[in-house]
Design a binder for this molecule. Structure first.
Ligand code: ATP
Length: 367
């Protein structure tokens, strides 16, 4: 059973400039056997430190780390039965691909026939058979990335750890490798923990995603759940592109008011906002839930708002329209046939069945 668990894991660094600095606050999660879990968050949020603690490359300040059925707190990295794939691949330039793939097993003094078999298997899985006698410099970026994965595969680890493995590839190759990694996960049936700052990579690869910010886990959920039900404004704003719009609103009776325009609420939502009577809340609505009135199809619980367009971006398959509400700029992601140009006064339809409300102070979701 290759599950990975953190129980109240904290990591502090004694930094020369910052002093004692907490990179990971009491962190708790369970990654199940054969699950593909992605750690995502902005730079410095603690995702790499968390991954390095699983690997044993960094020792936690407190808490327990469990891999399989063992507490591995005091276990050396080589005894944890994990394999890590690094961002820079860390291939040996003077060795052939075959030697790179077999290096770890030779170090472990495995029998020659066993090593040959493992290298052959990994090369077949990754389509590297023709390249075994080449040196890394004779390979493309994507092929080198596959060799780095191959070095992990030959070791048959309980858990694969990936640290931003696609960040050195160009955009097109990244998409291709993303598909390959998802496919590889299915074929290997392995437990994978994957670190990235790219929310699209997280959404496409992760069966579950751990969203982190400033050393604190914000939410752990499937991509669909994170998208539909973000627990707070950080997750709501981080997942989705362009990000969710946040609009200042006030609760009065069974309605919210946005700049004097009244939007009546469904009973269940009005009930949920009862404690905020007469107070400010933040209304969250995704750009794709705002439509041009001229191109709207069927939207339930819709409301209208007329605004002057500030800017328009034509992306081919869709247009992004920017318009102001209060001192914020709101983005609508609309059908390309929607009539829009800067200065046009346009009526937008808001799909209120999809909006969320957040507490402006705690930033937690209310409804
Ligand atoms: P990135 O995407 O930039 O790699 P990250 O989310 O992976 O970011 P970490 O590398 O885990 O972030 O770092 C978390 C915090 O801990 C950062 O503020 C970083 O500066 C700090 N940190 C990491 N390693 C050390 C160290 N050895 N000494 C001091 N501070 C460190």
């Amino acid at each position: 059973m290759a599950r990975v668990e953190f129980r109240n894991v904290r990591k502090q660094f004694d930094d020369e400039k910052k002093g004692i600095f907490t990179a990971v606050e009491g962190s708790n999660f369970v990654i199940n056997d054969r699950e593909f879990v992605v750690f995502v968050g902005p730079s410095g949020c603690g995702k790499t430190t968390s991954l390095r603690m699983i690997a044993g490359l960094e020792k936690q300040t407190s808490g327990d780390i469990i891999i399989g059925d063992r507490i591995v707190n005091d276990l050396h990295p080589k005894d944890r039965d994990i394999a890590m794939v690094f961002q820079d691949y860390a291939l040996y330039p003077h060795m052939t691909i075959r030697e790179n793939l077999s290096f770890g097993l030779r170090n472990l003094k495995k029998p020659k026939t066993y090593i040959e078999e493992k290298v052959r298997e990994a090369a077949a899985v990754l389509g590297l058979e023709e390249m075994l006698d080449r040196k890394p410099r004779e390979l493309s970026g994507g092929q080198r990335q596959r060799v780095a994965v191959g070095r992990a595969i030959v070791r048959d680890p309980q858990v694969f750890l990936f640290d931003e493995p696609l960040s050195n590839l160009d955009a097109k190759l990244r998409v291709q490798m993303r598909v390959e990694l998802a496919d590889l996960h299915k074929r290997l049936g392995a437990t994978i923990v994957y670190v990235t700052h790219d929310q699209v990579e997280a959404m496409t690869l992760g069966e579950r995603i751990v969203v982190m910010n400033q050393g604190v886990i914000q939410q752990i959920a499937s991509p669909a759940e994170l998208y539909a039900n973000p627990q707070n404004m950080f997750v709501a704003g981080f997942i989705g592109s362009p990000p969710m719009n946040f609009i200042d609103a006030r609760v009065l009776g069974n309605s919210v008011f946005v700049e004097g325009t009244e939007f009546a609420l469904q009973d269940t939502i009005a009930d949920g906002l009862r404690a905020y009577q007469g107070r400010e809340v933040i209304l969250g609505i995704r750009p794709e839930h705002i439509f041009g009135e001229d191109v709207v199809s069927s939207v339930s619980g819709n409301y209208r708002l007329t605004k002057q367009i500030k800017a328009v971006e034509h992306l081919g398959s869709e247009n992004l329209i920017y318009f102001p509400i209060g001192n914020r700029t709101v983005t609508a992601k609309v059908h390309p046939e929607t009539v829009a140009y800067p200065g046009l006064s346009k009526t937008f339809v808001l799909d209120f069945s999809k909006v969320h409300f957040f507490d402006p102070e705690t930033q937690q979701r209310i409804e």
